[in-house]
Design a protein around this ligand. Structure first.
Ligand SMILES: [Zn+2]
Ligand SMILES: [Zn+2]
Length: 311
């Protein structure tokens, strides 16, 4: 995806060049949502040009953590759960939409010669995730028995959709299907760091561009490069565990100790100093942080429930 890469290079340099182009006009032909060629890097408009078909509704009473950051889904309240409903169609370009789809882009083989697409194609889903507002810890011990990238541990998040990203895409646990290795499977990720499984369910296992595009579209950051955005929030797991990136939710540095899946517990505070989630377990998905930095979703489920419907 040449257009995105060009934009990222500009923003990565902290450039504020009004001449900066997100891509040549012919590369933007199938991006109908904005005239990206005239959009400045780092602006909400640049991110909005990447987000395609992102429609959101937020019901009254939804906790500010969800209403402030989550988009491209319908968010409602049901008793002591936040219910997030969507189609799980990624609101950005993907090779995996297939050539006949307006959101198709060619697979990017330029990343390394290990990259190759898988044979699956994106399919729409009925995707509902019910996240507890006050999750209850299971008391799981986070150690090499529970965080090891091996399948079959009783403490692992379930296979399939186990969380939702800010852009409405399913988050999967960091494990490849038995017999496969995520560190090899990640070479099938598209330019936005996602891929579909056999039934067409698109998902992220790792840091991704779409959630950062949502934050930039909201004016909360000026970069869609993982590790470089002022605020990096990727999504929430089904049990209430939050998936952050290299920094805390208010943009400050990660200062207290992290466990084996780069997680810890403290209040999550927004940029204005408001506590949005008290004493909340969260992981810092970032290739640069933690005991064994992987930039992957959490493996061991910290809180007690995981209620997801995806079919
Ligand atoms: Zn996968
Ligand atoms: Zn933290």
């Amino acid at each position: 995806m040449i257009a995105l890469v060009a934009a990222l290079v500009v923003s990565a340099c902290g450039g504020d060049d009004p001449q900066a182009e997100a891509g040549a006009p012919d590369e933007q032909a199938d991006v109908a949502s904005a005239d990206a060629a005239t959009v400045e890097a780092g602006t909400p408009e640049e991110a909005a040009a990447i987000l395609i078909g992102c429609e959101s509704t937020v019901a009254d009473g939804v906790p500010a953590f969800y209403s402030s950051y989550f988009r491209c889904t319908d968010i409602a309240l049901d008793g002591d759960h936040v219910v997030i409903t969507g189609t799980n169609l990624p609101p950005h370009l993907s090779y995996y939409y297939g050539e006949d789809n307006a959101q198709f882009e060619a697979f990017d083989f330029s990343r390394s010669d290990e990259y190759r697409p898988n044979p699956n194609q994106i399919a729409e889903q009925m995707f509902v995730i019910r996240v507890p507002i006050d999750p209850v810890a299971t008391g799981v011990t986070i150690d090499e028995d529970t965080v090891n990238l091996d399948t079959g541990d009783a403490t692992d998040y379930p296979f399939g959709a186990a969380g939702v990203a800010l852009d409405g895409v399913a988050l999967f646990n960091p494990l490849a299907a038995p017999g496969d290795d995520i560190e090899d499977e990640r070479f099938t990720f598209d330019s936005n760091e996602g891929h579909p499984q056999q039934q067409g369910a698109y998902h992220y296992h790792a840091v991704a561009i779409g959630p950062l595009a949502v934050l930039q579209s909201l004016g909360l950051s000026t970069s869609m490069t993982p590790g470089e955005a002022e605020i990096e929030l990727y999504g929430v797991m089904c049990d209430g565990t939050v998936a952050l990136g290299a920094a805390e939710l208010d943009g400050s540095a990660v200062e207290t100790e992290l466990d084996l899946q780069a997680g810890h517990v403290h209040d999550l505070v927004d940029g204005a100093g408001t506590v949005l989630l008290e004493d909340r377990y969260h992981v810092h998905m970032a290739p640069s942080i933690g005991v064994e930095p992987r930039g992957l979703t959490p493996e061991a489920q910290y809180y007690s429930t995981c209620d997801v419907t995806a079919r």
